[in-house]
Design a binder for this molecule. Structure first.
Ligand code: ATP
Length: 234
């Protein structure tokens, strides 16, 4: 479904991604794990058009997208949940969700998808008239995921959804990610929380200083001694 082939991404002179190649098949949850500053967010931003690669190729369902603008990429069926959630704090929960659907005009479909979001996260339905900025961190993450789903993506990109959240909330968010995947959305999950991410993913990639250094089935990576030492604190 998505392919990166020899992707190099720069911030000015800083060479952040080095010849990154990876793929995500339809129906999968694929995770990208790595330490702080490894280049995980840059990989995600390179896919969604935020930091287009200087060289290499990214294709979505066979179509090159590495020179495509962000809004067009959303139209193609890719939406992202950025690191730090970036919800609109002064807008209500409902208004934040409506913004997620800004490229759509099928009113009935939008209403159905909002009901779907509320069925995933009932707390958001209770809080629908509340300003986004007054939600707890976990609720804001739920809102950010729901907002991305309002674009009805076929590929959902998530950047560190567990960041700063209590273990019980992380558990809940990850269960929902699996549920969203089971209902047909392919997921690319960027995480520092390697343990949780590898537990729900089908496959995983390990990134170090802008290079992919390992790729395998998630269960194999979880059992790998180097991964255990470097990322699982074991
Ligand atoms: P984290 O888990 O801490 O978010 P990450 O793996 O997502 O880290 P990136 O944010 O992709 O890592 O950063 C990769 C490298 O690119 C780092 O060396 C970082 O300092 C650099 N970098 C990221 N954003 C910028 C920017 N806007 N300008 C310059 N350098 C940047």
């Amino acid at each position: 479904m998505l392919k990166l082939n020899g992707v190099n991404t720069f911030y000015g002179n800083i060479h952040a991604l080095h010849d990154v190649s990876m793929h995500i098949d339809e129906g999968e949850i694929v995770t990208l794990i790595g330490a702080n500053g490894a280049g995980k967010s840059t990989t995600l931003m390179s896919i969604c058009g935020g930091t287009p690669p200087r060289s290499g190729e990214i294709t979505f369902e066979g179509q090159p997208i590495h020179k495509t603008k962000m809004d067009q990429i959303v139209r193609l069926g890719i939406s992202q949940v950025p690191e730090g959630r970036l919800i609109f704090p002064d807008l209500t929960v409902m208004e934040n969700l409506e913004l997620g659907a800004f490229l759509r005009n099928d009113k009935d479909g939008i209403k159905r998808d909002m009901e779907y979001a509320f069925s995933l996260f009932p707390i958001l339905e209770e809080r629908q008239k509340q300003a986004g900025g007054t939600l707890s961190g976990g609720e804001q993450q739920m809102l950010a995921i729901s907002r991305a789903l309002m674009a009805r993506p076929r590929l959902l990109l998530l950047d560190e959804p567990s960041l700063g959240l209590a273990p019980i909330i992380i558990q809940q968010i990850f269960e929902i990610i699996q549920k969203v995947n089971a209902s047909g959305t392919t997921v690319f999950l960027v995480e520092q929380n390697a343990n949780q991410a590898l537990k729900i993913a089908h496959r995983g990639y390990v990134m170090e200083t802008g290079h992919i250094t390992m790729e395998d089935n998630a269960a194999t990576l979880l059992a790998n001694e180097d991964v255990k030492k470097a990322y699982l604190g074991l």
